[in-house]
Ligand binder design. Structure first.
Ligand code: MLT
Length: 260
């Protein structure tokens, strides 16, 4: 399916019928990362799974921002005819975008699942490295970014085929899209107050061996969120939804049923 938002064509997948659940992917990935878990949820939820601008099959712009990504998500929901408040599920950069969505469209989200992500902004040094990496992506292509990340994304025991498949997907991200996302992440604000102020149910999911957004960060978010709880996924790193889709689908399904 396609939605045109602000002149850019955004690709999205629909799966199932029922309560709407919006899945937001991480960097520099695509909605494809959610499909193993989404398929395991069965057909009882209306899963909306977009590719963010500059990623996957969606159109590319030279600039992006958390605000723009959040507007894009609202545009995708409109195109899908979805006016009900959604359960918002964000992985890593998708979590950063989910926080912005809550700030801009509080009435459009009724619950939140934060997967392998964090609420804090980048450190000054972290932001500087992002700008540097954005420059490299533009000069040398997305593969350098993908190669720099792939070693940290998965648990040490993850199958080689899984790493190779995701290295390919990340390397195929248009360099302008990757660079724009890196700069957007570097500029993102602190979202701890957003999380603190969110009144809906919150689930925090984290791979036990996540080297990018570790378990302590996840526990910190659950402490900040009123009524939040953490599910730790054994045998998974930062890419928990593709490394352990059975477990991730099971914890999501339990959460979705509890809040139905
Ligand atoms: C992601 O998976 O979206 C990225 O690792 C997020 C980040 O670099 O902060």
């Amino acid at each position: 399916m396609e939605a045109v938002v602000g002149g850019v064509t955004l690709y999205y997948r629909l799966h199932g019928e029922g309560e709407p659940v919006l899945f937001v992917h991480g960097f520099p990935l695509s909605g494809e990362m959610w499909m193993p878990a989404v398929e395991r949820l069965g057909g009882g939820f209306r899963c909306i799974v977009p590719d963010l601008r500059g990623h996957g099959a969606s159109g590319v712009t030279a600039e992006a921002s958390m605000e723009q990504y959040a507007e894009d998500l609202a545009g995708v929901l409109d195109a899908a005819g979805e006016r009900r408040p959604v359960v918002l599920v964000g992985m890593s950069m998708g979590g950063y975008i989910a926080f912005e969505f809550l700030r801009r469209f509080p009435e459009r989200a009724r619950a939140l699942a934060l997967v392998d992500t964090r609420a804090q902004p980048d450190t000054e040094e972290g932001a500087r490295v992002r700008y540097e990496t954005a420059g490299r992506a533009l000069r040398e292509g997305s593969r350098v970014v993908a190669e720099g990340m792939v070693g940290k994304l998965f648990a040490p025991g993850a199958p080689e085929e899984l790493r190779a498949r995701w290295l390919g997907i990340m390397s195929a991200t248009p360099p302008e899209g990757a660079a724009a996302a890196l700069r957007a992440m570097a500029r993102r604000p602190d979202s701890r107050d957003t999380l603190r102020g969110f009144v809906g149910p919150v689930l925090v999911v984290v791979g036990e061996e996540d080297a990018i957004t570790p378990v302590e960060e996840a526990r910190g978010m659950a402490e900040v969120a009123p009524g939040g709880r953490v599910e730790v996924v054994p045998g998974a790193g930062h890419m928990a939804p593709v490394e352990q889709p059975d477990t991730v689908a099971a914890v999501l399904c339990r959460f979705l049923r509890e809040i139905a």
